[in-house]
Design a protein around this ligand. Structure first.
Ligand code: G3H
Ligand code: 13P
Ligand code: ZN
Length: 309
């Protein structure tokens, strides 16, 4: 099976009330952990690459690893650019074989965001590549850019129809209170489901994307803190909220921090338990297994896309 774009995936997900997991990938072990879980659960997948991941691993290596995963799993997999910040970056990924791109103009004015997003759509559409746009701004850290919570802003539902109509995007990321990274809420977690409802009323049948959707699993936070790390106060989005969003118009849920935490916890633990271990295979194997377990858990208990491949 070749790489697919997100069109059919989202249509089915919307109609049947589940979401597809979009997991960030940076190296072989992460790709293997995610795709082994999806194969076991027969789940469609989006593997996403940020500008930082591209810089770290090299786009060609990541593309070839994802192609290997398709051979191993025979699953419908989309290769997606996460948080593209320029037309040139999106074009480079499209030309390089990505089947989906995000153009993130959420920091621009409404008109500038429309102009940039439209430019990407015009390049992507004839090449059968799907495009995700964003309206509203999440707090948190992306590619070393720190968005303070005072600079974050909820999506304005009254803007979404015009944005989608004028840009021609295939999906829309919205800001309803999630944020990037492992420190999402200081107090009680709160998502603006009223905004999601209003957006979906205005865009019937249209796929919505949720970024910043890691749950920050306490088990991994504890392991990290017990083995020399310090991420006290880390807090994510409760899984029942994500499950609810997945049954609504949300068709793509972005998860990166949970994989980072699982991997880091298992590596710290392995090295701490056996200080003589200097074989990367011996500390990366448990990390890869932990990624597999967490992704399986997300697929079955949060996204509901098991058996939907
Ligand atoms: O939203 C951002 C993702 O977690 C990717 O993070 O830009 O550090 O690769 P990164
Ligand atoms: P998390 O930091 O919550 O995993 O969000 C990831 C994300 O939105 C990638 O685009
Ligand atoms: Zn994101």
């Amino acid at each position: 099976m070749p790489l697919v774009n997100t069109k059919e995936m989202f249509k089915k997900a919307y109609e049947e009330g589940y979401a597809i997991g979009a997991f960030n990938v940076n190296n072989m072990e992460i790709i293997q952990g995610i795709t082994e879980a999806a194969k076991k659960q027969q789940a469609p997948l989006i593997l996403q690459v940020s500008a930082g991941a591209r810089k770290y691993a090299n786009q060609t290596y990541l593309l070839k690893l994802v192609e290997a995963a398709i051979i191993e799993t025979d699953l419908p997999i989309a290769l997606h650019l996460d948080h593209g910040d320029s037309f040139e970056l999106c074009k480079d990924c499209i030309d390089g074989g990505f089947t989906s791109v995000m153009i993130d103009g959420s920091h621009l004015t409404f008109e500038e965001n429309i102009a940039l997003t439209k430019q990407v759509v015009e390049y992507a559409k004839p090449r059968n590549v799907t495009v995700e746009g964003e309206l509203g701004r999440l707090a948190g850290v992306e590619d070393d850019i720190n968005v303070n919570s005072e600079d974050a802003s909820y999506t304005k539902p009254e803007e979404v129809e015009e944005f989608v109509k004028r840009t021609g995007v295939d999906s829309l990321a919205i800001a309803i209170g999630t944020s990037h990274g492992a420190f999402k809420f200081k107090g009680e977690a709160k998502l603006r489901f009223d905004i999601l409802e209003e957006v979906s009323k205005r865009l019937p049948g249209f796929p919505i994307v949720l970024h910043g959707a890691s749950s920050v699993i306490p088990e991994f936070v504890q392991i990290i803190n017990e083995h020399g790390g310090d991420i006290a106060g880390a807090k994510g989005v409760p899984e029942d909220m994500l499950r609810k969003a997945a049954t609504m118009a949300v068709c793509k849920i972005n998860i990166d921090s949970d994989l980072r935490l699982a991997m880091t916890a298992k590596i710290r633990e392995a090295l701490d338990i056996d200080p003589k271990n200097f074989d990367p295979r011996k500390y990366l194997s448990p990390a890869r297994d932990a990624i597999k377990d967490i992704v399986e858990h997300k697929i079955v208990e949060v996204l509901g896309c098991n058996g939907k491949a």
